[in-house]
Design a protein around this ligand. Structure first.
Ligand SMILES: Nc1ncnc2c1ncn2[C@@H]1O[C@H](COP(=O)(O)OP(=O)(O)O)[C@@H](O)[C@H]1O
Ligand SMILES: [Mg+2]
Length: 293
């Protein structure tokens, strides 16, 4: 838990909750923060398995998975390749497009991108995002041509790869995946412009609706699509697929989180609860899925 990404604080919250649940479940669990400890410490502590509760780069992106793999320590969640791919929203979209899965139209932004031309091609509003960041950090909903350049500038502070994506007006959904099964969908509602950092972690007016209230066949088809989107990237163990429905009810996949938040307000625990799985039960199930290779 912890690490050195922009999502460090959230990871510490997730990790603290997971640690408490593991201990409560009788596991001899210990916190390990790779920001303060090197591989030597990981080796000398002789862990039987690792529950990865790191969000963002240097943890959710395949790097720590690679180290654990190399050391032969079974770890939770996706492997090296899938973690790296899912961290990268651009390459995630390339794979989904190749697999015929729907994702909003987008372009990579460069210093030479002309905002007016971009808006002409993709429409407005646009979502401008760093390709490899999480928690909505560095993201802007650009509602006019004038807002595109500042949005690009903000995103470049977090990543040199920046994408501009068509904004999908409609219902936001997220699909938690546990093992090989999608959990009930959660519908998200916020009065803010989008589900930003504030809405995710601080706002009291963010609404989470689970079960989603969608007709059962619609719910099932989106769950199936989310599971396929997860598998196309090679993801395994557990995770969460974010999606939007447009006004016509068509789904558009946004991204996969291979280490989603695990605080008591987080979405995967909420979806698990709707299935009668407690936080402790969830943590235990995830840990049981730990693997190498
Ligand atoms: N193309 C889009 N259309 C509408 N809303 C979007 C779009 N892309 C992102 N969002 C909003 O921004 C939030 C964060 O975007 P997401 O791609 O999931 O990145 P993050 O890794 O930061 O969670 C989403 O939960 C959604 O509310
Ligand atoms: Mg997201």
């Amino acid at each position: 838990m912890g690490g050195r990404s922009a999502e460090r604080e959230i990871s510490l919250k997730s990790g603290t909750m997971v640690l408490a649940a593991l201990k409560k479940g009788g596991v001899d669990a210990h916190a390990f923060d790779p920001r303060d400890n090197g591989l030597d410490a990981l080796i000398s502590q002789r862990f039987d398995r690792a529950f990865v509760a790191l969000h963002g780069r240097f943890g959710e992106d395949g790097t720590v998975q690679g180290a654990l793999e190399y050391l032969g320590i079974p770890y939770t969640g996706s492997g090296v390749m899938a973690s790296a791919l899912a961290m990268d929203k651009w390459r995630t979209k390339l794979l989904w497009q190749a697999a015929g899965l729907p994702t909003p139209p987008y372009e990579l932004m460069t210093a030479g991108t002309d905002p007016a031309d971009l808006a002409k091609r993709l429409g407005l509003p646009l979502m401008v995002k760093p390709a490899r960041e999480g928690s909505s950090i560095g993201m802007t909903k650009a509602t006019s041509i004038e807002k595109i350049a500042p949005a690009h500038e903000l995103a470049t502070r977090y990543d040199d790869v920046v994408i501009a994506e068509r904004f999908i007006e409609g219902m936001e959904l997220t699909a938690a995946i546990l093992g090989d099964e999608p959990l009930p969908l959660i519908r998200l509602e916020t009065p803010r412009e989008f589900y930003d950092y504030e809405a995710k972690y601080f706002a009291s007016d963010t609404r989470y609706i689970c079960p989603s209230g969608l007709p059962a066949d619609k719910e099932r088809s989106i769950q199936r699509m989310a599971l396929e989107a997860f598998r196309v990237l090679g993801c395994s163990g557990w995770g969460r697929v974010d999606a939007m429905l447009d006004r016509d009810g068509n789904p558009h996949l946004l991204e996969v989180n291979t280490v989603p938040g695990m605080t008591d307000h987080s979405l995967v625990p909420m979806a698990a609860r709707a299935m009668g799985i407690s936080f402790e039960g969830l943590v235990t199930r995830i840990l049981e899925g730990a693997h190498v290779g």
